[in-house]
Design a protein around this ligand. Structure first.
Ligand code: PBG
Length: 335
């Protein structure tokens, strides 16, 4: 709406439309519904394992059987999709676990697709959880430190994505931020016959301190250095649009902004600039901040969680990736 349009109605009386909950619902411009939610889940080997993440209340690393229980609950609450992260038993310097046919994520995908065929399984495609050094790519050590090798990493990412598709993944989601990875993954998927498997790219992914709790959850904190050479600088928005544009050119079907709450300008600009299906990832730190304040009795958890997710939707996100998906879905049903 332009300023002119607003100025023509100087005596707008908003009160008329705010008199009751039903009236407010009728004129609401943005809504939250469970079918916009994606629930991230962490899978590790074993049976009956529910290993709680201290910094993410209510979130656990799960063995495949427990993962199935959690996914069943989410599905029953109306959530259409889960996003899988794997914690392998062993890590090495070529991230073997990321593309092993019997890797923990690959097994989990098969189980979920067998037991819950209607639930969409999205897989995070990255190497950091599987690398002994915790970086998202192959590391080359040299006299003045270490460097991430972009191009050799692409092959491994493509192998990981194909192994997920072979196991039955519905969507692959590369989160590594190497240059050219969407194109490399698209080519590899097509060559393996998975021409219909969509790519949801973490297109505008910032080097963010809000990922702190996740690194405990996924055991993926880098052992040295940080991720600033491949993830984006919080100061840059135009550059983020360039990253999104190149992912779309390389074949991304859905683009993601991450984190969400501190980057709402980008959610808005990505949606309005490209008009692509846009996902926003309300990351671990965003979740844990609200949980921690609620535990102290400082914030109303349900109200703040609702307001935060509504803001992300209002900014333009079609898809909300949130650790609070199940509780939100239940709240929405109850209200
Ligand atoms: C892997 C990855 C990360 C997250 C999603 N995929 C961590 C990182 O980049 O360090 C963060 C998710 C969250 O904080 O909830 N590269």
């Amino acid at each position: 709406m332009t300023y002119d349009a607003v100025a023509r109605f100087p005596a707008y009386r908003g009160r008329r439309l705010r008199q009751s909950p039903a009236l407010r619902r009728l004129v609401a411009e943005t809504r939250l519904t469970a079918d916009q939610f994606v629930l991230p889940l962490f899978v590790r080997s074993g049976r009956k394992v529910r290993h709680p993440i201290g910094s993410m209340p209510g979130v656990c690393q799960l063995s495949p059987d427990e993962l199935l229980t959690e996914a069943t609950t989410a599905h029953a609450a109306g959530i259409p999709a889960v996003l899988l992260f794997g914690i392998p038993d062993r890590k090495d310097e070529k991230a073997s676990g990321a593309y092993a046919t019997k890797g923990v994520v690959q097994q989990a995908i098969r189980l979920l697709k067998r037991e819950l065929p209607d639930l969409l399984v999205i897989t995070d495609v990255c190497l950091c959880e599987y690398m002994s050094h915790g970086h998202c790519g192959i590391v080359h050590a040299h006299s003045r430190g270490a460097r991430i090798l972009n191009d050799p990493t692409l092959k491994l990412l493509a192998r990981a994505a194909v192994s997920h598709a072979e196991a039955g993944a519905d969507i692959v989601a590369p989160s590594d931020m190497m240059d050219g990875r969407v194109g490399a993954i698209r080519t590899a998927l097509d060559a393996a016959g998975f021409t219909e498997t969509p790519i949801m790219s973490y297109a505008a992914k910032f080097a963010s301190a809000f990922y702190g709790p996740f690194r405990e959850a996924a055991e993926s904190a880098p052992k040295f250095g940080d991720r600033r050479s491949y993830q984006m600088d919080a100061a840059n928005a135009d550059e983020a649009l360039r990253e999104v544009a190149s992912d779309i050119q390389e074949g991304a079907d859905i683009v993601m902004v991450k984190p969400a709450l501190a980057y709402l300008d980008l959610v808005y600009r990505v949606k309005t600039t490209f008009g692509y299906p846009t996902a926003a990832y309300a990351v671990s730190g965003e979740f844990s901040m609200i949980k921690a304040a609620a535990e102290k009795g400082w914030l109303d958890e349900r109200a703040v969680m609702t307001e935060a997710l509504l803001a992300i939707r209002r900014a333009g996100a079609d898809i909300l990736i949130t650790y609070a998906a199940v509780e939100m879905a239940r709240w929405l049903k109850g209200s």
